[in-house]
Structure formats: structure tokens, C-alpha cells
Design a protein around this ligand. Structure first.
Ligand code: GDP
Length: 457
């Protein structure tokens, strides 16, 4: 339990229906009473947890600042595990700011980013992976991202607990043979080997599933490229279902990089339209072309647009030869037109091995196929994960991989090194795994995790 009580605005700043100020800490319900006038006459301290009380927040002189609804949650039955008060003000910047100011005047401290969730973790309400799931829920960009984060909040990382149990069992066997050799005899290396191998299998399954699902949290960048006038901006607009980029038949209209987000089969996709790549004297267009080349290099996937009614030119091939083919989809556009100047033979010769889709930015033709190709290419190389619904972040992945290396090292040296040395790896693996739930995590790592949160969470 912490000594001080904290306060923060938990809703986004600006105008809205309501603004919620959240307070947490020992005795905070009694503290708020000093600035709260209940409409019913019943003091907050007499109210039970999970109740709402209508009233007013008062200034120093006892004047009403705003009419509010105050929710109280009593320790330990609250998000943080402490007494929590949520003041629902009218959602304007002045009422919210003045009510928050009053809370600070009566001794509360402004909360750090993520401090409510950090307290929840330190008070044992959530483990670290659950705390991290909170931020993933807030930032989820697709339904699947949300579902995976919710599962994590509900303790879906339990499979890691099972692996920890296995490592604990291995460590117990190793320790027992070192500490009580007479009673338990020599270490049975065959038994340890098979236990380590099973642990490694389970761990690999978690890592595989986590990597496969990574994309649902992180999303990908898809860059639309091509020479001027092939229909890049039209495709962007059609995918976004809004007029974001200017479309004209004048080459060189898009001079800057334009981007927005879409949801492709539950994968958050940042879709980026680039200036048409061509040699140009125009200074502004040149800057656009350079910027485009840069985003193309950083793209997870590239969609090279060809104009089906115009034919393949040297300009198209120049772009094609300068991009990574492993991440490429070719979209032959303007297929709605009668005029067809690109033959299938030409495509298969020039773009051998590349995924080719025929379509039209004007009629949405080929879009389903384009979405399927994006999903397929993103998940390519990601191994099937037996339906394991787990999402891991970079920190967790790194810990899992370190744990795997320690188990592999233990397996490799089993029987060749002293049991003492063996236990360095086996205990190390257990400790590394503990970083995921937060059992063994260092203070500075905690600080880094929670500083990624928003204020008020
Ligand atoms: P960008 O320079 O590559 O971004 O090309 P734009 O999107 O500005 O399109 C250039 C011209 O081609 C415009 O006149 C569009 O209306 C036209 N256009 C784009 N896509 C299609 C399509 O699928 N079919 C037809 N018929 N015209 C298209």
C-alpha cells in the first residue's frame, strides 16, 4: 500500500459529455468529503462501495464548481486495490480542470502515467502481463486485437504459469540431488532431459503463437507505389472509402506521402500513398519522390500499381527493379476499361513469382483478392499456432526467447557439466520467465512499462 493518494483526469482532455477524474489511495473517500456536498445529505464515508452519489464539488469558499456524480470503490475491491473515487464532472475543460485542482488542493498528488495500473500490479490486483493487456485494450485497432488483449487481461498467459511449474519441478529435482545426495541419489539425467524437452516444446508453442498474433497488435505498413497516373490515389481513396488524396488525370498531383488506417481482415493496416516515382524538374515533386522512396524501403508490403489500359513502360520497370520483390503485390489497375494493353504472358515473364491481381480502383474490382493477398503475405512464414489465442509484446517475446536459450543450453550441457552449472541455466530460465508475470522484474523495467501508459490509467 502506498502512503499518498493520487488524482488524474482519466478521460481525454477537451469537450465531451462527461469528464472523469479518478482518485486512488488510502482514505481518499474521506478526503474527498471535504470538497463534496452531497445532494442527498448522506456523506460519502457512509456510502457503500460501488455506489454513485449526486452532489457538487465546492471551492474554498464553499461555492459550487460543478454538479457531479461520485462513484466510490472501497479497498481492496477496486481497480488499484485501494480506495478509489471517480468524480464524473461535466465534460468541459473548465469544470474538469477546477475539480481536479480542488483535489490537488486537499493534498492529492497528480498521478504519473500508468500509475493507477502500476498500483494495481504492485497491490497484486493484476500480474504484469495483465497490466500490459490494459494498454493493448486501449490501443486495439481491430476486433481481433481487442479480443486477444481481453483474453490476456483475463489471464490467458496462464500457459506460462504451467511452464513455470515445470521449471520449478526440474529445479527441485536438481536442488534435491545436490543438497541431499544420500537420500535422493544421483540426478536422473534422462528424466531431466525429457522434462526439459517438454518444457521447450511448450515454450516454443507460446512463442510461435505470440509471433503469429503480433501483427494484430503492431499492424503493418502497406505502401502503394507506381509511376504517376496509374491510379494510386484512387486506390487509396477506394480502400479508405473516402476522398483523402486528390485524384486528377494530371501526372504529379500527389506530391507528398499521404497515409491513413484501414482494417484488413482484422490486421491494422497503415496505408500509404506515395508521390508517383518519375524523373522530374519540379523541386516540390522531387522532394515528394525522395520521401516516397524512403517509405517504400520501410514498407512491410508494397503494392505496385500498373495501368492496364496504358501498358508496361520503362518507368514501371525502373520502380520494380528498385523494390523488394518478396514483399510485393502487383495490382493491374483500370481493368474496368475496354482497352487492355498488358498481356498475361508479359506479366508472368516480367514479374515472375510475384503475386498479381487485376482490378479497378473505380469499381472496387480485385479488392477482396488484394485483402486476401495482404493477409496471406503478412502471415507467411508465421507457423500455425494450434489455435492458441495469445498475444505477446516485444518485452515478453524477448524474455521468452531468453528463457528458451537457457533451456537449450541446459539441454546441451546436461551430463557434461556439474549439477551446479546445470542449475544456473534451469534457475535462470525460471527467473527469466518470471519477468512476464512480473514476479522477477526490475524496478526500472516497471517504470518503462508504465510510462507508456496514458495519464489517468
Ligand atoms: P495517381 O497519380 O497514380 O495517384 O493516379 P490517380 O488516382 O490520380 O488517377 C489518375 C487518373 O486515372 C484519374 O483520372 C483517375 O480517375 C483514373 N483512374 C484511376 N483508377 C482508375 C480505374 O480503376 N479505372 C479507370 N477507368 N480510371 C481510373
Amino acid at each position: 500500500m502506498f502512503d499518498d493518494a493520487i488524482a488524474a483526469l482519466s478521460t481525454p482532455p477537451g469537450e465531451g459529455g462527461i469528464g472523469i477524474i479518478r482518485l486512488s489511495g488510502k482514505g481518499v473517500i474521506d478526503t474527498v468529503q471535504q470538497i463534496f456536498l452531497p445532494a442527498t445529505g448522506q456523506e460519502l464515508s457512509q456510502r457503500r462501495g460501488f455506489t454513485l452519489t449526486l452532489g457538487w464539488i465546492l471551492d474554498r469558499q464553499g461555492n459550487k464548481i460543478d454538479q457531479v456524480l461520485v462513484g466510490i470503490m472501497r479497498a481492496p475491491h477496486s481497480y488499484t486495490g485501494e480506495d478509489v473515487v471517480e468524480i464524473n464532472c461535466h465534460g468541459g475543460s473548465i469544470p474538469v480542470r477546477r475539480c481536479l485542482q480542488r483535489c490537488l488542493e486537499i493534498g492529492l498528488r497528480m498521478a504519473d502515467p500508468g500509475e493507477f495500473t502500476k498500483r494495481a500490479f504492485l497491490n497484486g490486483r493484476l500480474d504484469l502481463s495483465q497490466a500490459e493487456a490494459v494498454i493493448d485494450i486501449i490501443r486495439a485497432k481491430t476486433d481481433r486485437g481487442l479480443k486477444l488483449a481481453l483474453l490476456q487481461l483475463e489471464g490467458n498467459m496462464g500457459c506460462i504459469g504451467a511452464i513455470e511449474d515445470q521449471l520449478l519441478q526440474i529445479n527441485a529435482l536438481v536442488e534435491a540431488s545436490m543438497d541431499f545426495p544420500e537420500e535422493v541419489g544421483d540426478l536422473d539425467y534422462d528424466e531431466i532431459r525429457s522434462l526439459l524437452q517438454r518444457t521447450l516444446l511448450d515454450l516454443n508453442q507460446v512463442i510461435t503463437a505470440g509471433i503469429r498474433n503480433e501483427v494484430y497488435r503492431e499492424g503493418i505498413n502497406v505502401v502503394i507505389c507506381g509511376k504517376p497516373n496509374v491510379g494510386k490515389s484512387s486506390l487509396l481513396n477506394a480502400l479508405l472509402k473516402k476522398d483523402k488524396a486528390i485524384v486528377t488525370d494530371i501526372p504529379g498531383t500527389t506530391r507528398d506521402v499521404i497515409e491513413d488506417y484501414i482494417n484488413v481482415r482484422d490486421i491494422p493496416v497503415k496505408i500509404i500513398d506515395t508521390a508517383g516515382i518519375r524523373a522530374t524538374e519540379d523541386v516540390v515533386e522531387t522532394i515528394g519522390v525522395e520521401k516516397s522512396k524512403k517509405v517504400m524501403q520501410q514498407a512491410d508490403l508494397l503494392v505496385l500499381i500498373l495501368d492496364g489500359a496504358d501498358g508496361i513502360t520503362g518507368e514501371d520497370l525502373d520502380i520494380y527493379h528498385n523494390i523488394n520483390r518478396d514483399r510485393l503485390i502487383v495490382f493491374v489497375n483500370k481493368e474496368d476499361l475496354e482497352e487492355k494493353k498488358i498481356s498475361p504472358e508479359e506479366l508472368s515473364t516480367l514479374f515472375a513469382g510475384v503475386r498479381i491481381i487485376h482490378g479497378s480502383a473505380q469499381t472496387d474490382m480485385g479488392f477482396e483478392e488484394l485483402e486476401a493477398a495482404v493477409e496471406e503475405m503478412v502471415l507467411i512464414g508465421a507457423l500455425p499456432c494450434d489455435g492458441m489465442e495469445i498475444m505477446i509484446n516485444l518485452r515478453q517475446k524477448e524474455a521468452l526467447q531468453r528463457c528458451r536459450a537457457q533451456i537449450e543450453s541446459a539441454l546441451q550441457h546436461l551430463g557434461q557439466v556439474s549439477d551446479d552449472c546445470l542449475s544456473v541455466d534451469t534457475w535462470g530460465a525460471l527467473e527469466t520467465l518470471g519477468e512476464i508475470s512480473g514476479k522477477t522484474v526490475k524496478e526500472e523495467v516497471l517504470d518503462r512499462i508504465f510510462h507508456n501508459f496514458c495519464i489517468g490509467k
